[in-house]
Design a protein around this ligand. Structure first.
Ligand SMILES: [Zn+2]
Length: 288
């Protein structure tokens, strides 16, 4: 099966009270580990690409080619969406051209009227192409690829205005932040999430900054309408730890342990285990 829009998988998730994981990819190993796990777990999945990661991998055409090739050669049968994460207006247009099946336009740092105008324009293009589109209201805290948010909570009325433009999914700040959470983090604002869901109805909501949010908070957020959860930092941390362990054990100096296929194997296995764990918490296992 080729790439699909995220619309159907997220609508099913919202109705079924579970969430689909959107896992950021950085290279071939990352992509393969996530796709293999999704297939093994019979889970729908979203592969997320930040503009920085897109540049790192050589460009959006490289990514589209790699992902489409893997869907075919690895016989992936579960629904897979290839999604631009925190896209700029120009980045979104470039990914639409390159063959992504889903985009996020992050206009949260723009004046609200401009966010509305640009989102509306991109919604029309995505509709015509059968693609899904995520918009954002109220910036999400922390730092991701140079995008720095202050972590304020979104205004439910603004959420409704953006949702009514015909987007597929909505990211709204509810006290969540990117990266590792500080010790004194007060937790998610479920009151705000509840107000947002009341205004936006069946619209699938997106939780960014999933790393380090306790599982019980994740499950509560899903019960209040979150249907897509972004996972990025957690995979990076387990990949680095597994690779460090391999090197510190001196395994790269034993036999042909320096072969990249061996050197990167523990990190890839760690990503697979983390992705499986997340799919279980999100409830998406067996839903493909
Ligand atoms: Zn994010």
């Amino acid at each position: 099966m080729g790439l699909v829009s995220a619309k159907e998988m997220l609508e099913k998730a919202k109705a079924g009270k579970y969430a689909v994981g959107a896992f950021n990819i950085n290279n071939l190993e990352w992509t393969k580990a996530i796709l293999e796990t999704a297939e093994e777990q019979k889970s729908p999945v979203m592969l997320a690409v930040s503009e920085g990661a897109g540049k790192y991998m050589g460009g959006y055409d490289v990514i589209v080619g790699m992902v489409n090739g893997m869907l075919k050669d690895l016989n992936i049968t579960v629904p897979v969406a290839l999604h631009l994460d925190h896209g700029s207006y120009n980045g979104a247009k470039a990914c639409i051209e390159a063959g992504f099946s889903s985009i996020m336009f992050d206009g949260s740092s723009l004046p609200f009227e401009e966010n509305i105008e640009k989102t509306k324009e991109l919604v029309a293009i995505c509709k015509e192409k059968g693609m899904s589109i995520e918009a954002e209201v109220g910036s999400i805290g922390g730092e991701e690829d140079g995008v720095v948010g202050m972590g304020e909570c979104a205004d439910p009325q603004e959420c409704k205005q953006i949702a009514d433009l015909g987007i597929t999914m909505l990211a709204a700040g509810i006290g969540n932040i990117h990266g590792v959470y500080p010790e004194n983090w007060p937790g998610l604002r479920f009151d705000v999430l509840d107000d947002i869901q009341k205004e936006t109805g069946i619209m699938p909501l997106v939780l960014h900054g999933g790393t380090g949010i306790p599982d019980d908070m994740i499950k509560k957020a899903i019960s209040l309408g979150v249907s897509k959860i972004n996972v990025n930092t957690e995979c990076q941390l387990v990949f680095a730890a597994a690779t460090r362990e391999y090197i510190e054990a001196g395994k790269d100096k034993q036999g042909k342990g320096f072969d990249p296929r061996k050197l990167l194997a523990p990190g890839a296995a760690a990503i697979k285990a983390k992705v499986k764990e997340k799919m279980e918490v999100f409830g998406s296992v067996g839903k493909a």
